[in-house]
Design a protein around this ligand. Structure first.
Ligand code: MV4
Length: 507
């Protein structure tokens, strides 16, 4: 086993990896940028080194600087966390050359899965169902048109180097194809400096379900079941859960099996994730494979009891996986809310700044993976994540109940957070019923919230009008006490003695 690991990351994920190392009795080395001198991960690492100015390009993404710290500190392995250098095959190559173990899969596995078309080709050859479409990048307009006609509209144009929402274009009908292709290509070019695209059949109202896998160097692979990740805002996951309400035991077994086949196809070592789109008939299709530890890994840990980071470290050291497939059991239900320093009232703009006070929830089934503390200033340079709040319960209803209870007492002052947004989602009837797809947040949820707000405004307006009327009468009566009874009904008026009836000739 390693006796010293460098954690080449910051924030909550660096803290998460540091915790695993400490529990395993492994010494830790941190790296930090100039704005992270007082960050939690910097303080928590046993030794830590500054690797440059705030911009990630000059610090967390600088391969030479990270390698220099590993050599100087005598770390035998590097854990890259997620983001930054985590899926960079050049970094993997460099670590190998330096004789430092990168905790994760080979550069070959990263390269294969990094190219979305090569990934499709590779896993398809291994018998994995992929979204119908091309397995080669396409260059000319004519080829794209031909491919789209063969596949059948609607289709989706995707960047070969893509992932996330960039270089993505939905094409419903043929006339839109040419301009969509130009846009997809130019977006892909500026985002990835690679303008090649491929074509897929568009899956309507899909759900995003992913399978966590683990592999070792001895040819063992297991899957840890699924995570439901359809609750996304503009291609950013915001809430994840395990298990998924739509996945049956048979489906889980089938998806787990093909995810393992995909992993075996690249001799996958460490923790990885196969993403699938699930259509309305519950057919599933491989989308892409992420060759890293994922943000949402805690929900899997909560339902399986397996420490994914410790397994990563063990297999990186050459050990066998500590579990066999038959040891993997999902117990209960876990939900994760990503708490960000963003203002949900102002279109989720990032709100970096100093956290003036912080009270984190606890109690049964609640886990908060945080990268901050009261007094810390969230820098503007990185993802403004505060923590990942995870609630576990014996079933989904209990997990939602615990999440609501935890969110209600989560206090962060000094910066705006996404906590109020999460509370709204936990109370949404579609969410409670498990009835949602990848369109839920951007379309259904925000539209319902807006309609509710408009209805509330109408009620407020009526209440104000009634109040105004009451006050107006009160003022009129104080001017003229004779008006105390208000306007007299014509029925009463007509019945009063001595008052001539309408149409009656006076006596
Ligand atoms: C799709 C799709 C429908 N059909 N591909 C968006 C990001 C990228 N990772 C894949 N994405 C999609 N690919 C086909 N053939 C719908 C999406 C999609 C989506 C996927 C997962 C989670 C949220 C999403 C939101 C909008 C669109």
């Amino acid at each position: 086993m390693f006796d010293k690991i460098l954690i080449a990351n910051r924030g909550e994920i660096a803290v998460r990896v540091l915790r695993a190392c400490k529990e395993m009795g492994i010494r830790t080395v941190g790296v930090f940028s100039e704005v992270d001198r007082k960050a939690l991960h910097t303080r928590y690492a046993e030794e830590a080194y500054c690797i440059g100015p705030a911009p990630a390009r000059e610090s967390y993404l600088d391969i030479d600087k990270v390698i220099a710290v590993a050599r100087k500190s005598g770390a035998q392995a590097i854990h890259p966390g997620y983001g930054f250098l985590a899926e960079n095959p050049l970094f993997a190559d460099r670590c190998e050359k330096e004789g430092i173990k990168l905790i994760g899969p080979s550069a070959y596995a990263m390269r294969t899965m990094g190219s979305k078309t090569l990934a499709r080709k590779t896993v398809q050859a291994a018998g994995v169902p992929v979204v119908p479409g091309t397995v080669e990048p396409i260059s000319t307009e004519e080829e794209v048109i031909r491919a789209a006609k063969t596949i059948g509209f609607p289709v989706m144009l995707k960047a070969t180097a893509g992932g996330g929402g960039k270089g993505l274009r939905l094409v419903r009908e043929e006339p839109e194809l040419r301009s969509a292709l130009r846009m997809a290509k130019s977006e892909a070019k500026s985002a990835f400096s690679d303008d090649s695209v491929y074509v897929e059949k568009y899956i309507e109202n899909p759900r995003h379900v992913e399978i966590q896998i683990l592999g070792d160097r001895h040819g063992n692979h297991v899957h840890l079941g699924e995570r439901e990740c359809s609750i996304q805002r503009r291609h950013q996951k915001v809430i994840e859960e395990s298990p998924s309400v739509i996945v049956t035991p048979e489906m889980r077994e089938a998806m787990g099996k093909v995810a393992i086949e995909a992993a075996r196809a690249v001799a996958y070592e460490g923790a990885g994730t196969c993403e699938f789109l699930v259509d309305t008939h519950r057919d599933f299709f491989f989308l892409e494979m992420n060759t890293r530890l994922q943000v949402e890994h805690p929900v899997t840990e909560m339902v399986t009891g397996i420490d994914i980071v410790k397994e990563q470290i063990r297999v990186a050291a050459g050990e066998k996986l500590s579990i066999r497939q038959e040891d993997v059991k999902q117990t209960g239900h876990a939900i994760e809310c990503r708490v960000y320093a963003e203002d949900p009232e102002r279109n989720f703009i990032p709100c970096p700044g100093r956290i003036t006070s912080l009270r984190v929830p606890g109690g049964p089934g609640v886990r908060d993976d945080s990268g901050v503390y009261a007094g810390f200033e969230i820098p503007i340079y990185y993802d403004p994540i505060i923590s990942k709040l995870v609630a576990w319960g014996k079933d989904r209803a209990e997990a939602i109940g615990r999440m609501k209870r935890a969110l209600a007492v989560y206090v962060v002052t000094g910066v705006k957070t996404t906590v109020p947004f999460h509370i709204r989602v936990m109370k949404n009837r579609h969410f409670i019923e498990g009835n949602f797809d990848t369109d839920f947040i951007d379309n259904v949820f925000f539209r319902e919230e807006e309609a509710r707000q408009l209805a509330n405004e109408e009620v407020a307006l009526c209440t104000a009008a009634i109040q105004e009327h009451i006050e107006e009468r009160r003022r009129a009566v104080s001017r003229n006490p004779g008006e105390a009874t208000g306007p007299v009904s014509m029925w009463k008026y007509a019945a009063r003695p001595g008052i001539p009836k309408i149409g009656q000739v006076g006596r």
